[in-house]
Ligand binder design. Structure first.
Ligand SMILES: Cc1cc2nc3c(=O)[nH]c(=O)nc-3n(C[C@H](O)[C@H](O)[C@H](O)COP(=O)(O)OP(=O)(O)OC[C@H]3O[C@@H](n4cnc5c(N)ncnc54)[C@H](O)[C@@H]3O)c2cc1C
Length: 497
């Protein structure tokens, strides 16, 4: 039942999962909410696009969370639409497939005994060095080497990471590993060899997934939000954020029909933090502007190829390390759900990492499709040109916040500066510049909404997706409206990407 409240307007910037989750909770709480989104559709990074009867996701998105509250919230939203999908992830490296997480038996078979012995010896060396000069790793390279040894780093991590980031692993912060491979290192691999049988079941597990694509979470949230009286302004880009140093006073969005000024009491922003800062009027001091320029993102081209065959692969996704193949990863939608493609057909989605505006990004759609298709046919020999029914290229800016060396200090300066704006809450992946999964972004959106509903900042958005020892989540949840009884919090799962 809709609760009556004194009219209070909330503006949410960005209709990704964080913004939509916040809006959805707020209209349930009786607030007047407008969400502004620069794209023509909702969903942000977690969208399902439909073309000629084919539905495909903007990159592989499995739903997995150890946070029961967020899980129950999503299950309540989508109900029977959610299915269980068996997961198989493999790495394609030097023309061989390796199972991921790395399974020692297949790895030994794949890399040969000599390399295996080398891997064990140099891992031993790393441990001895760490014993005498213990200091936390700073760069991505140091982080991987300390966790896996140099041989495994060179084999399984360097090439892929450099292909993904477009720069040396020496230029990226080791923090990224923490969020990507939390709880996974060589000792977990060894425990795995000693205590787990090496059968297929050990590397295939299951995850939840909406049968009509991951975009269903955003689509359903948007529909319910609108039903509850919320407004979504699509194709509306935030260009100016007016403030009086203490509060955000108004937001100007650019629309096809001209600029529109929205005056608000509360703002929740999930747009990239650097864009938000750049839009501030009055402008920020030069030190803040300089620091803000240091925040960068990695972008992606996503190429969907519709094929007149089905189940070409067994995998949910395959990481491609080979440098002569243009994509970092590809997935087959049929292995996620048979409700996504017309009978007897499937879709392959390839991801090409690049920077917005660079040579790769600027190619025409035709050039990109030709590049992907010819490399795929030549390498895997699973289809011919005649099997291809169509294609679509989706350009996705700002997929990954880049953790440059020293980013933590820069970020805390920026967030500290923004903390003067008392009616602003930052949420989401690029909104907080944190390598969030969907569950983290949703959790942040819920907290921000609940803070407004409760009339005070009881829920710490910044505590989401931080190592557990920094959290006191249970205490926070005790105060959560409606959902409090569902809650049981566990440590977050390593990143799924
Ligand atoms: C390839 C890939 C694979 C992934 N796989 C998984 C997975 O398997 N499991 C998982 O849990 N998570 C996965 N994730 C992460 C997941 O997609 C994100 O955590 C989540 O979608 C982020 O939601 P958000 O609302 O925080 O941000 P976003 O989705 O980025 O939403 C922000 C919104 O703001 C809009 N916006 C930006 N600038 C402006 C502006 N100036 N004005 C108005 N609107 C603006 C954007 O268009 C966007 O819609 C993956 C991400 C990627 C990129």
């Amino acid at each position: 039942m809709k609760v009556e409240r004194p009219s209070r307007q909330v503006l949410v910037l960005g209709a990704g999962l964080a913004g939509l989750a916040a809006g959805y909770e707020l209209v349930k709480g009786g607030f007047e909410v407008t969400i502004v989104e620069k794209n023509e559709a909702v969903g942000g990074l977690a969208r399902t696009i439909e073309k000629n009867g084919f539905r495909f996701d903007t990159g592989p998105h499995r739903w997995y969370t150890k946070n029961d509250m967020v899980n129950n919230w999503m299950l309540k939203l989508l109900g029977k639409e959610v299915i269980k999908v068996p997961r198989l992830t493999r790495i394609y490296f030097d023309r061989k497939f390796f199972n991921y997480p790395i399974k020692i038996k297949s790895t030994i078979l794949g890399m040969g005994l000599v390399k295996t012995i080398l891997a064990v010896l140099d891992y031993g060396l790393v441990r001895i060095q760490a014993f005498f000069h213990s200091r936390p790793p700073v760069t991505l390279e140091e982080g991987y080497v300390s966790k896996f040894g140099r041989t495994l780093y060179e084999m399984f991590f360097r090439r892929y990471s450099e292909k993904l980031w477009g720069t040396s692993c020496k230029n990226i912060s080791a923090d990224w590993i923490g969020q990507r491979t939390r709880g996974f290192n060589i000792s977990t691999i060894i425990k795995d060899i000693l205590f787990k049988p090496q059968n297929v079941v050990s590397f295939v597990d299951e995850f939840s997934y909406p049968e009509k694509g991951i975009g269903r979470i955003a689509e359903k949230l948007a529909a319910d939000f609108k039903k509850g009286g919320g407004k979504i302004l699509l194709s509306s880009e935030v260009v100016t954020v007016e403030h009086d140093q203490k509060r955000v006073t108004a937001v100007v969005v650019k629309r096809k029909t001209g600029a529109k000024k929205l005056v608000i009491q509360e703002v929740i922003s999930s747009i990239p933090i650097s864009d938000f800062i750049q839009s501030l009027n009055p402008v920020v001091p030069s030190e803040i502007a300089r620091t803000n320029h240091k925040l960068t993102y990695r972008d992606e081209l996503q190429v969907a190829i519709f094929i007149n065959k089905t189940h070409l692969t067994a995998d949910t996704w395959i990481y491609v390390h080979s440098l002569d193949l243009p994509y970092v990863r590809f997935m087959e939608m049929d292995n996620w759900s048979d409700k996504l493609s017309p009978e007897g057909t499937t879709t392959l989605v390839f991801e090409i990492a690049c920077n917005e505006g660079d040579q790769t990004w600027r190619q025409t759609d035709r050039q990109i499709v030709d590049l992907v298709v010819s490399a795929f046919i030549k390498e895997f020999n699973l289809i011919t040109e005649a099997d291809i029914l169509g294609s679509f290229v989706h350009r996705m800016p700002k997929e990954y916040p880049v953790y440059h060396l020293g980013y933590r200090k820069d970020l805390s300066l920026l967030k500290n500066y923004l903390s003067r704006l008392g009616n602003l809450q930052l949420v989401g992946r690029n909104g907080t510049f944190r390598y969030n999964n969907m569950d983290h972004s949703i959790e942040m959106g819920l907290y921000a909404a609940w803070n407004i509903i409760e009339g005070e900042r009881k829920f710490d958005v910044e505590s989401v997706n931080i190592e557990r020892e920094y959290l006191e989540e249970k205490k926070l949840f005790d105060k959560a409206p409606e959902l409090a009884e569902d809650v049981s919090v566990e440590e977050n799962e390593p990143s799924h990407e």
